[in-house]
Structures are given as structure tokens and as C-alpha cells.
Design a protein around this ligand. Structure first.
Ligand SMILES: Nc1ncnc2c1ncn2[C@@H]1O[C@H](COP(=O)(O)OP(=O)(O)OP(=O)(O)O)[C@@H](O)[C@H]1O
Ligand SMILES: [Mg+2]
Length: 329
């Protein structure tokens, strides 16, 4: 198998502005009120300034990039809504961090037949007999340690834990994923990886909650155009519940508006994310038709469309979330 090596991008002209003062905050007060009230608040915004794609850093966050608190750090991309951009965000952040010198493992925790490890980033099973190919399912039923289910991919520095055929059983079988067993499995891993990213399924069941218990940081991708305010509230409540009971260190690092377009509606989505996750960076990943095609090539968009907005938007977000590996302030 040939290996793709990821490196820094050439300087770009279309990088997004990083802002700390975002007048979209004025929308938060009127969310949920009568349409006329919301429209009036929208009319007070400067369309070109306030609704253009940008990266918002909450003033409370202090310095960016945030520090790498490793030796090892775990992120979970979570949203119970299907098609929110969890998998795309997992892969593109991973690719960007690899280009910054990190080694990244993605855990495919999606129960759907068509998931990251079956459709997009494939494990390299070369030389491994079929009955010795392990998956997250084996890990969560206690049959294998995580490192036995961690495989190389065609990208140097990117490893994948496939979901396995019967991962769905974890949700209803009491023997699967008991008491935060994913957290234990990650902690016991001796693999030489700096960052683990968990790509959660579109449900707030045991797998997503296990991901939240295992993680240091949460990333919430949200498809612009498919905002479900009550689902987002429920997700925020679930995250707070895990913080209160089991993982007090967990923090929400970023909300990512995927498929971002400049519209009043995108403004409402941004304000809703700000309201529910006030501590998080809010990022936009602009709408790009070439995202879907990357899966067919079994490569990150960073490789198939290096000059596109998706590559540049995730690259910028990755560099706000972490410094280049080994860099000191
Ligand atoms: N920035 C973008 N522009 C255009 N399309 C995008 C963008 N990001 C993601 N998509 C597309 O949206 C769809 C859903 O994305 P993705 O699979 O990452 O979401 P998901 O949350 O992982 O979905 P699921 O809940 O099914 O696991 C895919 O077809 C993907 O190609
Ligand atoms: Mg997915």
C-alpha cells in the first residue's frame, strides 16, 4: 500500500477571520421569540460583516491556540442528528493535526453499515488473517485491548479502529461498553498516538455517552440548514450530565457549522451554538460539493482537494485548537 504523507499547506488568501467580538451574540437574547422580533434583530446585523464565515473565539478562552495537554488527548465528535458532519470533521481535523506533526487514531463508533471505516478511511489488513481482524465491537465487549483493533491506513500517521459488524449490539446488550469501558480502553492503550478522535453515531445512546466519558474535549458539528434546537439542547444537557457525573474535566472545545453559507439562517444557527456552548470556539466549514467525493477516493479532502475551502477551514480550526507539535509559547 502506498502511503500519503501530509504536510503544511502553502499560505492561502481565503483564510477566515478569527474574531472575538461577534455581534451575532445580540441574536441570542431573541432566540425562540416571535419571528418579527428575530427578524428585527437580524436586520440590525451587518450582513457582510456578521454573517460571513469566520472563526469565533470566546473572550473567556484567553490565548489561542489552546495548549496540548497530552501526552495523549481524546476528542469526541458528537451530535445525535444524522448527517451533521461528525465523520467529515473527525477525518479533516485528524488530517490537519497530522500535518502539524501529531499522530492520530480515529475510533469509528458508528453502528451504521456504511461508516467511516467501511466507506472512507479503510484499515490496512495486509498480512492479517480474517479471524484476527478486530474492531471496536471486540474492545467494548472486553475481548480485545484497543491496540489490537488499531490499524494503519493509507495516510502516514493516521490509524483507525474499525467499528465492526455488530457494534449496534453494544447499545442493547448489557455486557457491552459497561461503565465507561471505552475510557478504560483508551487509558490502557500503549500505542504511539498523540490524539484519539471518536467519531460518534447519530444517537445519544451508550456509544455516544461512552465517547463523552472517554474524551477530554468535545467537538459538536452541526449542519447549517438542519438545525434542530431541541436536539442541540438535549445534547448540551447530556454533556453537562457527563461533566457532573463521571468526567468533570470534559470541555466543549468547538462547535463546527458544516455546509456553512452566508444566510440569516446561518446566523440563527451560530447564535444557538453560542447560547448552548458559551465556552466553545464556533467555526464555519463552508459548503463544498467536493466533500462527498473524497470518500470515494478513500482519502481525506485535504488530499483530494488541497486548495478547497474544506481543507483551509479545518486547517485553521485545527491550528486554533492545538499548537504545532512540539511548539512552545
Ligand atoms: N462542508 C461541507 N460541505 C458540503 N457537504 C458536506 C460538508 N461537510 C459534510 N458534508 C456532507 O454532508 C454529509 C454528512 O456528513 P457526515 O457523514 O460527515 O455527517 P455525520 O454526522 O457523520 O453523519 P452520520 O450521522 O450519518 O454519521 C456527507 O454527505 C458529507 O459529504
Ligand atoms: Mg458519521
Amino acid at each position: 500500500m502506498t502511503m500519503t504523507v501530509l504536510g503544511p499547506l502553502p499560505a492561502r488568501s481565503d483564510v477566515l477571520d478569527v474574531v472575538r467580538d461577534w455581534r451575532i451574540d445580540s441574536l441570542i437574547e431573541v432566540l425562540g421569540q416571535e419571528k418579527e422580533v428575530v427578524d428585527a434583530a437580524l436586520a440590525r446585523l451587518d450582513y457582510n460583516r456578521d454573517l460571513r464565515p469566520q472563526l469565533f473565539v470566546p473572550p473567556s478562552l484567553g490565548e489561542v491556540p489552546l495548549a496540548f495537554t497530552g501526552p495523549h488527548s481524546t476528542y469526541v465528535c458528537v451530535n445525535q442528528k444524522g448527517g451533521a458532519g461528525k465523520t467529515t470533521t473527525s477525518v479533516e481535523l485528524a488530517a490537519a493535526w497530522i500535518a502539524m506533526g501529531y499522530t492520530v487514531r480515529i475510533i469509528d463508533a458508528d453502528t451504521q453499515d456504511a461508516s467511516l471505516s467501511t466507506e472512507w478511511i479503510l484499515p490496512n489488513y495486509e498480512g492479517i488473517a480474517e479471524h484476527e481482524r478486530y474492531s471496536l465491537t471486540d474492545v467494548l465487549f472486553g475481548r480485545q485491548p484497543l491496540d489490537e483493533a488499531t490499524y494503519e491506513t493509507s495516510i502516514r500517521g493516521l490509524y483507525i479502529v474499525p467499528s465492526g459488524d455488530h457494534l449496534g449490539a453494544v447499545e442493547y446488550d448489557p455486557a457491552g461498553a459497561r461503565d465507561g469501558s471505552l475510557r478504560k480502553a483508551i487509558r490502557q492503550s500503549k500505542a504511539d498516538v498523540d490524539i484519539t478522535i471518536i467519531d460518534a453515531p447519530p444517537a445519544l445512546g451508550k456509544l455516544s455517552v461512552n465517547g463523552l466519558i472517554a474524551a477530554d474535549q468535545v467537538i459538536v458539528p452541526l449542519k447549517v440548514g438542519a438545525l434542530d434546537k431541541s436536539a442541540l439542547r438535549k445534547l448540551a444537557e447530556t454533556i453537562r450530565a457527563v461533566q457532573e457525573d463521571g468526567n468533570p474535566e470534559l470541555r466543549v472545545a468547538a462547535g463546527v457549522m458544516t455546509g456553512y453559507d452566508r444566510s440569516n439562517y446561518a446566523g440563527i444557527v451560530a447564535a444557538t451554538l453560542r447560547r448552548d456552548f458559551p465556552e466553545a470556539i464556533v467555526a464555519s466549514a463552508r459548503r463544498n460539493v467536493r466533500v462527498a467525493a473524497a470518500a470515494e477516493d478513500h482519502l481525506p479532502v485535504r488530499v483530494t482537494d488541497p486548495k478547497g475551502t474544506t481543507t483551509s477551514d479545518y486547517d485553521q480550526l485545527a491550528r486554533l485548537l492545538l499548537p504545532v507539535k512540539g511548539a512552545t509559547r
